[in-house]
Design a protein around this ligand. Sequence first.
Ligand code: AHR
Length: 689
Amino acid sequence: MPIPTRFSTLATGLALLGALTIRAQAPATLTVQVNKPGAAVNKNMYGLFFEDINFAADGGLYPELVKNKSFETDDHLLGWKALRGGAALTSYVVLTDGPIGPTNNHFLRLSTQVGGPEAGFVNEGFRGMGVKQGAEYTFSVYLRRGPGSIAALNVTLEEPGRPSGGPETAASGPALAQARITDLTSEWKKYSVVLRPSATFAKARLKLTVEGTGTLDLDVASLYPKDTWKGRENGLRPDLVQLLADMKPGFLRFPGGCIVEGRTLAQRYQWKETIGAVAARPSLINRWNTEFLHKFTPDYYQSFGLGFFEYFQLAEDIGAAPLPILNVGMACQYNSAELAPISAAKGPNAPVAAADDAPTLDTFIQDALDLVEFANGPVSSPWGAKRAAMGHPASFNLQMIGVGNEQWGPQYLERYELFAKALKAKYPAIELVSSAGPSPDGPLFDTDSKALTQLKADYIDEHYYAKPEWFRTNVGRYDGYARGGPKIFAGEYAAQSVAIASPDNRNTWDCAISEAAFMTGLERNADVVGMASYAPLFANVDAWQWTPDMIWFDNLNSYGSPSYYVQKLYALNKGTRVLPVTMPAGAKNGTDNLFASAVVDAPTGDVVLKLVNYSGSPRPVSISLAGAKKLGKTGRAQVLATADLQTQNSLKEPKKLAPQESTFTVKGSTLNYTLAPNSFTVLRVPAQK
Ligand code: AHR
């Protein structure tokens, strides 16, 4: 009998408990047909869904510390406050005459006749600014001196004041770093200084004050860490990218999610606005800002510092296939449901709710065609040249595009059809992801799925946000799916501990283990399910709108939820071909709370089993590896287990629940193993290639 040779304290306890009860409980018998490999596992299986929700981009993955650095949001002073109500300033005003550029046309003009240390502004950052002792932060700004004799701009990174240790006030606390910018000129000029904080602080702020009297114009005031992923200049937050890279994800879906659609067509995501010089990218309202009254976030905008070039680069960095999702000429159907007219014809026969100046569908289709050229085209092509100018002459190897996010109904189907026709005509090898709407069943889902099958869609994107039990009881969802039709992209899913979009949802082990159980059904149906991603990906603990989420962070730290570790274990152990598993009666559909799937991993030759025991008791299993030629002597187990289904990770206990590794001895071709109570176990058994 294979005996685990090393366990964590918890797992050891559970294993011992299992050993005591093993005599009483007959093992469940499973057979893995090692000699009958089935469908190939898609190389892109188990990927990532990124959306700028929960401050995932600005205030998260995109580590710019200044909120509204270009004064381009609707409230142009969002994130900025005049010191002491501006008493030292004669005036402060946001202007548009003589801006630094046509797409960045607002700037801040400070005028003071009084002068003094309080003549200036503070920026609050994204729920404060997280800075680390000794690390380097580049402060840069465009300045233009007006009439008067302003001699310098003083830059201070400081703690907010807390008189007598009480709550934060507008007054200054201790300075963490300071710099002085001089040599001001009467033309716009960019200045840079490096700040090195004297202490680590999670909620610092930036103070900018002028020296002397007169007028000074400011724009694109940025504070950017030097410590970024790969040390890049507009690079990403390294701890967050590392969590993604550690998963070795198969694909990266971006930029959403509903953010693709916008509440109105004018507020849709337009990739062309997100590339090129960072300072020239216009801001746009984030559709999640006031979506939920219970999580009202009116200061939520998109700066697009993290734009399409950066998304492609991120995908490349972490070895994931890029999967951009594009607007199909439809605003969110839960909001305005605006439609882009199919043709240039406007007036009484135009589709419902089209604004007079709404772009026609042709614009959206052209955007998609141009995106392929931007990602893959030669540097001699107009859009390929833009990619090259941003520092990436090589192709990003784009092979998939999503057509619409959570769209449904005849308006979607007719737009999808035209979109697909144009894209396939020019780029037949690009695979298209189509939408089955927001629900995994019901008449809208059925109609969309049927029509998309008739249209010979490559992938249908199915979303399931449901209670944990839904995931366990639907493990057989794809067993009966028609073969030969479109492949399924399980594009967004997460078990909801309370209800969909409830702010009381938590990332519990109950949710994660239920997702693990469901995923055995995804895995064994590899001939139907080609891609899968948990959603949403990121959440800022101080600024989220939607829970649960896979990875949580504050301004300095981050952690993976139990669902993160489930996704990671699947992604790192996805193998190359499915192996049929014969389960005890009842177990296949989850009624027995035992779930299993198996794959073979060609590069290593390992047979890889995934086993979920959703019960409070240890569960002995006897697994026959039928037809295995020659097995190695030592197997490797990776176990996520805790008896308490309500267990969650947190910033204080980031790895309260994380995989524990152990080895076990393999004797003969039958494995006897005891699954811990409420556990997800991955067993890797070395076998002859
Ligand atoms: O993941 C959060 C949201 O859920 C996505 O934006 C949307 O596609 C779905 O409704």
